[in-house]
Each structure stands twice: as C-alpha cells, then as structure tokens.
Design a protein around this ligand. Structure first.
Ligand code: ATP
Ligand code: MG
Length: 401
C-alpha cells in the first residue's frame, strides 16, 4: 500500500528541487514496513518553516514554532516538519523549545522508538540509523538511544510504547521495559489529556490483553489520577471495548463516583457517554427487568450503546458481576425494539408546544413540558398513535390540565 506515498511525492520533489533534503518519516513508514494500513504521511525536511510556507501555495502553520507546517494539495494534507532536536526536558515533559538542525540523523535521534525513527526517500530507500526495520522484523519495540534517558525525558513515551504493543503484539525490549519501570513515576507529571489519547489507542488495540501485563509490570495505573483508585492487579480491561465503555465499566465495578471523572479532563460529550453506559449497566443489574423499561432505555440511549453493553456483559459476566440473561440481553430483540420505535426523539412527535396551546386554548408555561413528556412516554409505549388528533384526544382523556 504505497499509494499514499506516491500521492505525496510531489511535496518531497518540490523541497528537493529547491535544494532541501526531505523524507517520509514516522508512523506511515513504520506502518508501511509492517504491512499495516497507512495513517497520514508525515514528512521531515531540512527546509525551515518559512521556506516551506514560501514553496507551497496552500499551507497552515499548525505548529510553526516547533517546525510543523501543514501542506495542502491533491485533497490531502501533509505535516511537513523541519529537522529538529529537542531542547532540555524538565519534569519528564516534552520541552517547550526546539532547535532546528540540518542533519537527518539528529532529527531521527530525538524520536521515541526505533520503528518510529526510520526515514524513507521517494525511491523507497530507508535511512534507518537505529535499525528500526530490523526491530520491526524481530517484532521488538526498542527506545532510540539510551532507554533510561529517553523515558526519563518524556514519560509519555511509556504510554506510547505500551499502546504500540497493544496495537502490534510486539515485545518490548528488556532494557526499554526496565527503563519504563524505573521512570513510571514521571507519568504523574504528564498532562492527563495526552495520556488519555494513548489510553484510547491502547484500549482499541487488538492485543490489549498482552499489554495489560506490561501496564501492570510498569505500574502505569498507580501513577495516573482516577485509575489509581482501582486495585490495578485486577484492573478490568475488556477486549474489543471503547474508551467510554471501559471507563464506565470501571466506575460500575469499583463503585467510583462519576465526579471522579473530573480528574480525567475529558469533554462533556465523553462524560455524557460514560454516564449513559453506567446507566445501562445499572439497568441490567436489576433483579427484574420490565419490557416497558427496556423499551424506554433503548429509546433514550439507542440500540448501539445498549448492544455494546450487552456484548461486554456477555463476554465478561463474572468481572462485571451482572448476570447475563440470554432472553432479555438478546441483540436481535434490542434491534427489533429499536426498529419498531414509533419515534426517535421529541421532535418526531406530531404535536409540539404550539399545537397543544391551541388545542387547549391556554398560554405557554411549565404545564406544556409535563404534557409533552407524558405524550412522549405514551407514544413510545404504543399507548397512543403518533398522530395529532389521537394524541390530543388521549391527552383530554388521560391528563388533567
Ligand atoms: P500513530 O500511527 O498512532 O499516529 P505515530 O508514531 O505516527 O503513531 P504521532 O503522534 O503521529 O505517532 O507522531 C509521529 C512521530 O513523531 C512518531 O512516529 C515519532 O517518530 C515522533 N514522536 C511522537 N511522539 C513522540 C515522543 N513523545 N517522543 C519522541 N518522539 C515522538
Ligand atoms: Mg501519526
């Protein structure tokens, strides 16, 4: 799958024609050599950011002070970054300052793992100073240079290394692993948002089961907010889960209050999603489940989320400690209920506030919301058809206004 490189060649050609050096580098070269689907193609160059802006018609200075300019063309965007080495590291975080350099070697030497430090030119020649290709072939994740120094500099690399393992099933080189163990305390200095980016990729990784051992051996969770509430030795890491479901299952299993989610600095949207999953777990945790309540649950959260939770419960019945009931927790039934719902949200109702005000000859006010909620409920449970007339009749008969 070299189509993406072919399409990006013109960027490197343009730079080279103007006497700069330029190479493909990083994740795309790694994924290409591993036979994986390519993500975005990144380019590293000796050209300074100003030169890059001058050479290309359409650019975005997305991280200009760090050397990164986005070049647009062919309906694609390319991150073009000037060769650089990093300034001093303080507090195990990436440095604020960078220094532009003229040598490819210095640029790849600052990168985290050998498999991420391979440059490739437009004739597919590798410029592989740290034997990254050999490590890929031997399925090894190895820090560039002295592992202890590199993990000490930037503890995020611990997370990156472990999520690469979850994605690739590679082994972590023993010296690199030992360096991770010795520097894990540095994780508490990293902005939690950046850790979460990696944890999301980790939990979606195909081989997450293997890397959960690494997480434990390195004591990752002990050094992270929220996660440190949980006894890490039996930390629940479900297969084929997504981040929100995972966090929700942790809250459910370990009875963690959702206010603790604050520490993860996740978006309100994600928090809503997590709370939805917790709600669904709690629902299925009841002794008796009423069909009418199941219908309401599916209406509220949609069939996908409900089915996701059911699959998780089915696969991890014991850990989640919810009894899997094949009659109620049946994916086909959930889909059928969802497909047969007469409405999918309030705006699907054939009455609204205005219509009700006219029908009952009253001014607006809190009564409207009360009635609309009752109507919504009745329509979902098929007590009344979703037609204007029938709803108004139903309201006259059943609700005191
Ligand atoms: P993905 O395929 O998930 O994007 P990636 O390796 O491309 O993985 P990016 O965050 O896109 O990850 O980073 C691009 C490249 O920048 C990496 O391949 C690596 O060479 C370098 N890099 C990224 N983060 C670090 C870091 N914390 N320390 C050193 N080098 C890094
Ligand atoms: Mg990338």
């Amino acid at each position: 799958d070299f189509q993406l490189f072919e399409e990006a060649k013109w960027v490197i050609d343009t730079l080279e024609n103007n006497n700069h050096k330029a190479y493909f580098v990083g994740g795309s070269v790694r994924d290409y050599l591993m036979g994986r689907a390519l993500s975005d193609v990144d380019i590293t160059t000796s050209a300074l950011p100003d030169d890059v802006e001058l050479l290309f018609g359409r650019t975005i200075p997305i991280g200009k002070e760090h050397g990164t300019i986005i070049v647009l063309g062919n309906n694609q965007q390319y991150e073009v970054t000037t060769f650089r080495k990093d300034g001093d590291y303080v507090d195990h975080r990436r440095p604020q300052s960078v220094q532009f350099v003229t040598d490819l070697y210095e640029d790849v030497a600052r990168r985290d793992f050998t498999m991420n430090a391979i440059a490739m030119d437009t004739s597919y020649q590798l410029h592989d100073y740290f034997n990254g290709y050999q490590d890929i072939q031997s399925k090894i994740i190895r820090a560039v240079g002295t592992p202890l120094d590199r993990m000490e500099e930037d503890a995020l690399r611990i997370m990156r290394g472990i999520r690469f393992q979850a994605q690739t099933n590679f082994d972590i080189d023993p010296e690199t692993l030992s360096a991770m163990q010795q520097t894990a305390y540095g994780l508490s200095h990293i902005a939690i948002e950046r850790v979460i980016v990696e944890l999301k990729k980790f939990i979606q990784g195909r081989y997450v089961e293997k890397s959960i051992h690494t997480i434990n051996r390195v004591s990752v969770f002990e050094n992270l907010p929220f996660f440190n509430k949980i006894n890490h030795r039996d930390m629940f890491v479900p297969l084929e889960s997504n981040f929100e479901m995972w966090i929700a299952s942790l809250c459910f299993i370990y009875q963690i209050d959702t206010t603790e989610l604050q520490q993860l600095k996740i978006s309100n949207e994600e928090k809503r999603e997590i709370k939805a999953y917790i709600d669904i777990f709690n629902f299925f945790n009841q002794d008796t489940i009423l069909k009418t309540e199941l219908v309401q649950l599916i209406y509220k959260y949609g069939n996908i989320k409900v089915k996701n939770c059911i699959s998780l419960i089915q696969q991890h019945e014991r850990q989640i400690s919810i009894q899997y009931d094949p009659f109620i927790m049946n994916l086909t039934i959930i889909d059928n209920i969802y497909d047969k719902l007469p409405i999918y949200n309030k705006s699907d109702l054939s009455v609204d506030g205005k219509i009700l005000m006219q029908a009952f000859n009253r001014n607006g006010g809190p009564w409207l919301k009360v009635i609309l909620n009752k109507v919504e409920h009745a329509v979902i449970l098929n007590k009344v058809n979703n037609s204007k007339h029938e709803i108004i009749e139903w309201v006259r008969e059943h609700v005191e206004i």
